[in-house]
Design a protein around this ligand. Structure first.
Ligand code: PLP
Length: 381
């Protein structure tokens, strides 16, 4: 049996919606299906305002423009994240200031943020790795005391709750990804959440190529003009149709994915108990969306052995992120690997396990059995 790292899941409802969108005569952004997705997201999770955009990356970029990121600004973010998180601010001239992660969560270590704040700091961009929320309350508390903006990269955490509140509802700005590797797929797609009412209208201008077309659509003007900077941050209605089908099956998808997390927990707990492998440990504050599963091995060699041996059974395990501060482009900002020793060490030992909705339909026993054998070989139990 072949178990890839990721595989697209289809609920069966996508086909009819996509055909309807194609034949509706309206295929660009912000039409019927976009509106239905936005309504669904607002109703289910209570976001202030939702903008559907072409990707999680585009959501971060649009958020950076909305936050007014300029050359000379500093932005604090974890080094352990995807390139899109940092590029969204580097593109507009900001200097990335990398923060360590908490080894228990692989999310930004909130106790180390304040020491990085300078008069130039404008924004903090935490992420929710593997769908587990960062300590957003602590981040907001620091931001409020220093008058900073928070944009939470929730690319992996659509549907997660932290202390009862849905991911993306707490910070000023939040971004989601609907890439095919995430829980809900538009193929490529994303959303920017804006929780600051005074920024909403400008966000519409930025999304619509810097024009006030929104005022024309709302009947407040009869001709639109160029009023601001902007770009084409719009998701096609055809892709929104596919996304709508996925989001309408959120409970089914989350339920299936929950079985994967349960299987991995059962597999790795003995090794966690013995202190040789670290795994995600949600607390009572966390309600998980079941996005992914990671394991931090005791040594790089054991991680490599685990990946190689799993591959012999056609189970595809991959490394996690390589830290950004010690990546080729991170070094150009003057960083050295030893500047963030915890992140650096984790980067060399973390594995991401195969995790996709369809795994729940017949793969779980195979994966458990084969991985258990490999772990027994490595650790002797
Ligand atoms: C997937 C992801 C992104 C990028 O999303 P795309 O939709 O692929 O552009 C950004 N940040 C994080 C943390 C991600 O996991």
């Amino acid at each position: 049996m072949k178990v890839p790292f990721n595989k697209v899941y289809q609920t069966g409802a996508e086909d009819a919606y996509v055909l309807e969108a194609i034949h509706s005569g309206l295929q660009c952004g912000n039409h019927q299906f976009c509106e239905r997705v936005i309504d669904l997201m607002k109703q289910r999770y209570g976001f202030q305002q939702v903008y559907l955009v072409p990707s999680g990356t585009a959501a971060l970029e649009m958020g950076a423009v909305l936050a007014g990121i300029e050359p000379g600004d500093e932005v604090i973010l974890p080094s352990y994240t995807f390139s899109s998180t940092v590029n969204s601010v580097v593109l507009f001239g900001a200097k990335p200031v990398f923060c360590e992660v908490d080894p228990k969560t692989l999310n930004i270590d909130v106790t180390k943020i304040e020491a990085l704040i300078t008069p130039k700091t404008k924004m903090i961009v935490p992420i929710d790795y593997a769908g587990l929320s960062c300590d957003i309350d602590a981040v907001m508390d620091i931001a409020n005391r220093h008058n900073l903006i928070v944009m939470q990269d929730c690319a992996q955490s659509y549907g997660t709750r932290y202390k009862g509140r849905p991911a993306g509802t707490v910070p000023h700005l939040a971004t989601f990804s609907f890439h095919e590797t995430k829980n809900f797929s538009a193929g490529e797609g994303g959303a920017l959440i804006c929780n600051v009412p005074e920024w909403e209208l400008r966000a519409h201008f930025l999304q619509e190529k810097g024009t006030d077309r929104r005022l024309v659509l709302n009947g407040m003007k009869n001709k639109y003009s160029w009023v601001d900077k902007g770009s084409s941050y719009l998701l096609s209605d055809v892709l929104a149709a596919m996304l709508l089908a996925q989001l309408e099956h959120e409970d089914e998808i989350r339920g299936k994915r929950g079985q994967i997390t349960a299987m991995y927990d059962r597999l790795f707990e003995p090794y966690f108990e013995k202190g040789v492998i670290d795994i995600m440990r949600p607390t009572k504050d966390d309600e998980l969306n079941n996005h992914a599963y990671w394991a931090v091995f005791d040594t790089t060699e054991n991680r490599q052995r685990f990946m190689d041996e799993c591959r012999k059974s056609e189970i595809y395990v991959y490394i996690g992120y390589m830290p950004l501060h010690s990546a080729p482009y991170g070094l150009k900002f003057g960083y050295k690997p030893e500047d963030l020793p915890i992140t650096e060490s984790i980067g060399w030992r973390v594995a991401r396990l195969p995790y996709y909705t369809g795994m729940a339909d017949g793969c779980l026993d195979y994966v458990y059995t084969h991985m258990k054998e490999v772990l027994k070989d490595i650790y002797g139990f």
